[in-house]
Design a protein around this ligand. Sequence first.
Ligand code: DGT
Ligand code: CA
Ligand code: CA
Ligand code: ZN
Length: 569
Amino acid sequence: MEMENKEVAKILYKVADFLEMEDNPFRPKAYRRAAHTIEFLSDNIDDVRKKGQLEDLPGIGKNIAQKIEEILDTGYLGYLEDLKLSVPVDFDALSSVEGLGPKKIKLLYKELGITNLDDLEIMAKRHKIRRLKGMGEKSEKKILENIEFARKHGSRKLLGYVLPLAQSLKEKLERMEITEKVEVAGSIRRRKETIGDIDILVITSHPRQVMDFFTNMKVVKEVINKGPSKSTVRLKEGVECDLRVFEKEMFGAALMYFTGSKEINVELRRIALQNNMKLNEYGLFKGKKRVAGVNESEIFHKLGMDYIEPELRENRGEIKAAIEGKLPILVDYNEIRGDLQMHSNWSDGSNSIIDMAHTASKMGYEYIALTDHAGSLRIAQGLDEKRLKDQMKEIDKINETLDGITILKGVEVNIDSEGKLDIKNELLNDLDIVVASIHSGFRQEEEKITYRIIKAMENENVNIIGHPTGRKIQERKSYNLDLEKIFQTSMDNKVFLEINSQPNRLDLKDVNIKKAIERGCKMVINTDAHSPKQLKNIDLGIATARRGWASSKDIINTLSLQKLEKILN
Ligand code: DGT
Ligand code: CA
Ligand code: CA
Ligand code: ZN
């Protein structure tokens, strides 16, 4: 089984979380360190293992190396499963409540017997939590607010985690000779930021054989149900997957139906009825006659509208636009010419500047901006002004050796709690790109935090606001922001809001991108990569931009280097 480094790291982090609830401070640290090493490793961990070099990695000794091998072999770690059994706490659910870490979860369990979200809610409502050590009335109130958020987002998985999984299943099925066509449908095809389950559709004239193969794959943990036209399995990664079989004549209708969303389906069916037709997963019918169904476009056309890209199918106005011929031409997955936020091992990235540039060059980019952390961000090993100057010289040197790609000199500078930047203006002025981001003081009130960002945008050296709302999917809500003011200032000062492509950020998010475009803002899609591999996350950012109705004209890094430099000045 091909395991991603981040999946292995995730299991080790989870072990650390559980160990944290015991009283030995040393062991969680060891697991966390090993997890961090793997998370930021540029080589595939399985390759390292095959070369017998696991124990050469920093922080990985014999014991943890054995555990990594077990994870790579089985997708599981027995030790973690044992730990889970030793405390009957629904750790995933509780830790999804913002503000609850392992230590607090332990406290809540030991003192109040809280094991899940329902217990937590009851105890908070009975005001039992405010009496615990280190808690108070305020944290009790916060918990109540955050439970609701955690419930809503709890069991869904990040697109960035599920998409590669779905694509590998698709490829497995495509490699069978008896499958004629395989498509991933559902929320994954729409590139929604979180995913409930994977939906795959197949054309085949040998459904039983395909189902046998599907339910017996090595990545399957459990068969939930199996039939000739539909089967459902739970994968070892914890995600469910539906496989459905259709005939060729109706495949377009099936794909349309199972791509959804439910909301657009309801609306499309209504429009079909209005036109004396009937739409379902088997086709578009006039009386008993199927008038369309082989592919999606003919169905859309027969319904009197343009083809709607899957990313837009949320019933947010796309049907009306499709009828009026006013859908935007969405920015394409191959239109991005460069990535304007990334980190190297000069700060908290895992690789050299050259490594990043080479991967970017292979991706066909014309330019990248190196934007290491600088100033006071201690946790991210921020560069001081002298190191930043050294790096600029280094980039000049590297640029001379590169062909076809240019590295722009940049920085990610911190916006402090007053809205000031922690690097001097003269130095910022010497850089090609300045990304300013908030990394602390997330909980300030709306007026204050909006002011900080506006103040940063008014600095004439700032080009981009990084991850503008600070949300982390399923982890942290966005800051309280007056987005209208931010959009206006962005336009007035020609400062571009970022669409950050990190799988758990996707910030700005789709609906905010749409609003920004309606106001006339331009944006930039960046990965904020900390390793060469993460540069590939750009597709998640592009998908998000497409879900926000963005065209290439709305996105500045679709421009050539020459044009980009012009609008940056
Ligand atoms: P998910 O899995 O929660 O991330 O979201 P989806 O959109 O993939 O939903 P899922 O897997 O329940 O169903 C796949 C698609 O099938 C969905 O987008 C629309 C269609 N569908 C499923 N159930 C219904 C239904 O009850 N009514 C309608 N109109 N469409 C449905
Ligand atoms: Ca689904
Ligand atoms: Ca489903
Ligand atoms: Zn960083």
